[in-house]
Design a protein around this ligand. Structure first.
Ligand code: CDP
Length: 787
């Protein structure tokens, strides 16, 4: 990556330092835990020590007698308010506080409101809960057994743990292609349960004003508008009396999409006490009880000719959804966007079946830095391609090159019905191979293998589908996936952009200002971006699945163009010419054929507010609004090459280098894009080598702190080497595709493929993530570990 030294503010797209960093590097950010209101009380959650147990009784009297305790909320309290259960994002229900049973370790059982955080925590220990332990089901396969304990006996008529079956593709045709194929490679693989683990844990400050009846909620949410609507629907509070503020957010990665019991309890606590109530979970609470990701047990098959032409892919997935089906994805997609498991290849046929099951684990299944299960899909197909290369004795780069979609096939409809918008895949793979000096790496590997060293080179090629809607196909709990934007231009030509989406650190205050700058020629320094406050911004579905640039970014370009059109009407009045005689150059309208005769956007903004007689079409200012309903998703893609060294004695993996060529269409701010890619690559290394949310047989959570659930640090990461190709999205107003999650989606397969390439001489064909030393060492000895 090229170093960036004090780049000047560009009048549009280009490198510039992040505007928001001015406050972050000075410690002036405002996170939920920074909010302190007069008279504020503090909440703490009592959690279940059992993974599965019946609640016999709860005695809160000693806690209530604590001198600093103001309220103790139990499931019974909530039942009286009809709030004991709340809807999940997947049309299931989840207990806010357990009433009948606890269904995972760490589940919320009671909530104490006290004068300070310490007293609230102390009082938790005074609550006496009698449990009757039940056998727990932790293994997704065992949960389907006839004699497995029924986890969700709260749902009438339920006799087992099966949630749903879903399929996509053409089964019959796929089976025919498989039957006729020369070669079929088969591999079972697990994408383990992982956790988004944002550095800022989840929390809320709820303030119900007993006089005005207005509820203000400062909360860690990636979707403030959707949260407001859900609070209104579930709690019956009029929507205009709810204000959700999502201030600075310290990372979300999908973890902050849903509504957690702690949020609801803080609201109830505030209603009961008449005071603001703050609830901030600690690290262990975040890791144990908030939304996990993945937990996909996949059986993959890939059919090909003897020469290495890939023909078809067939998949069966067992999806572990935990105790409540709280996965986050558009309603019609119970397996998220796993349907893109066909990858970046020109297949004849594809078919996939997914079965979802309940287990005694925390609910979730969120899109952790990924567009709804695409990480799982990419991992599956990219491992299958490598397994096929292994079986055929082909070079994995060559095998991919032979089968990638060709540029002339775009727009391309996949065998599962996804319409990829644009791409030149071979060029991107070639760029990555050149960047890595692939042939030289293979030569070096051969030399090292002769010396007994285990060097591995792993590839992945991914296609993502990001930017949900379109509305007619995609909604979350009935709310269509479109985004609003409003743009105000003040008389002096400075502007305020109000967005429905919400940044968790991706630099929206900079890049969205740059989109307006590009369209209007107002400097990004003169544009404020307002987001994360439902009283201040238009409705929209929020930020996850890299949807901000594809949807809100498009809304921003469209609203800026509306302002430009209004400015044209005003300019025609100012210049006393017809609109048809005007031409636009960045920042000004001028008379065709006479560049001197023009007015810049600042002059036009002032005139729009002046006593100038305004023509029809403008009422007195340039401000505009827009709701953007995307016509399709955008399909970013990329090619990654990872180089690792494996210690033959210990199985320890060192990522020596990593080459990433991403294509996210037009780049608004290449520096921010590179930062997003760096973060995602680090995430991928973590998942591939270090991370798993493990449980023992009784359902005890084994990863409740960063001592056990390991985050990658700079020590595990090499100096990333990045490249780019640019294939604009044909339907996005500025040709941009999303990028926030590309690297998390694409990199785990590259790292795993590299490790398996390193140990290939020992006859290892597959091993499951995380490839920690023990797992690699066992695989090297022909005895792969089961996670
Ligand atoms: O939805 P989220 O912000 O997580 O993801 P995104 O839309 O992919 O954007 C991540 C960051 O990269 C934002 O600041 C974008 O505006 C920026 N970006 C960019 O500069 N150029 C692109 N083509 C895509 C994203």
């Amino acid at each position: 990556m090229t170093a960036v030294e004090n780049p000047e503010t560009p009048m549009g797209f280009g490198r510039m330092h992040r505007k928001e960093d001015v406050r972050f590097v000075r410690g002036k950010g405002t996170y939920v835990d920074d909010v302190a209101l007069p008279g504020m009380l503090h909440g703490a959650v009592l959690r279940s020590p059992h993974a599965h147990a019946r609640i016999v009784s709860i005695d809160a009297s000693a806690a209530e007698a604590h001198p600093k305790v103001r309220a103790v909320v139990t499931g019974a309290t909530l039942e009286s308010l009809n709030l004991a259960w709340m809807p999940t994002l997947s049309h299931d229900v989840q207990a806010v506080l357990a009433t009948d049973k606890v269904r995972f370790q760490g589940q919320e059982v009671a909530f104490v409101v006290a004068e300070d955080r310490y007293a609230a925590r102390d009082a938790l220990e005074l609550i006496d809960v009698e449990y009757e332990p039940l056998p727990a089901v932790i293994d997704a396969k065992k949960s389907l057994a006839d004699d497995a304990p029924v986890i969700r006996d709260d749902i009438e008529g339920r006799t087992g743990n099966h949630i749903f079956d879903w399929e996509t593709g053409d089964k019959e045709h796929t089976d025919e292609v498989f039957a006729a194929a020369d070669v079929v490679a088969v591999q079972d693989m697990l994408y383990p349960r992982v956790h988004p683990a944002p550095l800022e844990t989840c929390g809320t400050v709820a303030d119900m004003d007993p006089v005005t009846g207005k509820l203000t909620v400062w909360t860690t949410t990636q979707a403030p508008h959707a949260h407001r609507t859900l609070y209104a629907l579930v709690a019956g509070i009029p929507e205009h009396k709810i204000r959700v503020i999502s201030p600075d957010i310290g990372g979300g990665f999908g973890n902050k999409v849903g509504i957690y019991p702690g949020y609801v309890c803080a609201v109830v606590g505030s209603i009961l006490t008449g005071k603001p109530v703050k609830w901030m979970e600690d690290r262990s609470e975040n890791l144990m009880s908030t939304s996990f990701a993945r937990d996909y047990h996949m059986h993959g098959e890939i059919a090909a000719t003897r020469e290495g032409r890939i023909l078809a892919v067939r998949v069966k997935v067992l999806a572990d959804h935990g105790a409540f089906n709280g996965t986050a994805q558009p309603t019609k997609f119970p397996a998220g966007f796993f349907g893109v498991f066909t990858g970046s290849y020109d297949l004849m046929a594809a078919h996939c079946e997914v079965t979802g099951v309940y287990t005694n684990k925390a609910p979730g299944g969120v899109a952790y830095a990924c567009s709804f299960r695409i990480t799982e899909a990419v991992y599956l197909v990219e491992r299958l391609v490598d397994v096929l290369a292994y079986d055929l004795g082909l070079d994995p780069a060559e095998l991919r090159m032979r089968n990638l979609l060709r540029p002339e096939q775009f727009p391309y409809e996949s065998k599962t019905g996804w319409v990829y918008d644009s791409g030149d895949y071979p060029a991107t793979l070639r760029a990555a191979l050149d960047l890595a000096d692939y042939d030289e790496l293979r030569a070096q590997q051969a030399r090292r293998r002769e010396r007994g060293e285990l060097m591995g080179i792993g590839l992945s090629f991914f296609t993502e589908a990001v930017g949900a809607g379109p509305r007619k196909h995609m909604d979350i709990l009935g709310l269509g996936m479109a985004d609003g934007a409003e743009l105000r231009v003040h008389p002096t030509g400075k502007a305020v952009l109000r967005l429905s989406c919400q940044s968790q650190g991706q630099g929206h205050e900079t890049t969205f200002a740059q989109i307006v700058a590009e369209e209007l020629g107002i400097s990004p320094d003169d544009i404020d971006v307002v987001h994360g406050d439902t009283d201040q911004t238009p409705f929209g579905l929020g930020t996850y699945g890299s949807r901000s640039t594809p949807v809100s970014g498009a809304a921003t370009a469209v609203v800026a163009r509306k302002v430009r059109d209004r400015a044209k009407i005003v300019a025609s009045a100012m210049l006393e010419v017809s609109e048809d005689d005007l031409e636009w150059e960045k920042g000004r309208w001028f008379v065709k054929g006479d560049r001197q005769a023009g007015r810049d956007i600042q002059e036009i903004a002032l005139a729009a507010h002046s006593d100038l007689e305004l023509p029809e079409g403008v009422e007195g200012h340039l401000d505009a609004t827009c709701v953007y309903n995307p016509p399709n998703l955008t399909y970013p893609f990329g090619a990654y090459v990872c180089v690792v060294d494996v210690d033959p004695g210990t199985g320890q993996v060192t990522v020596r280098s990593f080459f990433a060529v991403d294509d996210c269409g037009v780049r608004i701010n290449p520096m921010i894009v590179e930062g997003q890619v760096h973060g995602g690559l680090a995430d991928g290394v973590g998942m591939a080598l270090m991370q798993v949310m493990a449980f023992d047989e009784d359902g005890n959570h084994l990863g409740g702190s960063f001592m056990d659930y390991l985050l990658p640090t700079s020590l595990e990461c090499p100096s990333w080497r990045l490249g780019e190709t640019v294939t604009p999205s044909p339907h996005h107003p500025i040709g941009a595709k999303g990028v926030g999650e590309s690297a998390t989606v694409g990199s785990p397969a590259a790292v795993v493929n590299a490790v398996l390439d390193a140990v290939k001489p020992l006859g290892v064909r597959h091993a499951d993530m995380p490839l920690a030393p023990a797992a690699v060492w066992s695989a090297m000895r022909g005895n792969p570990l089961r996670t």
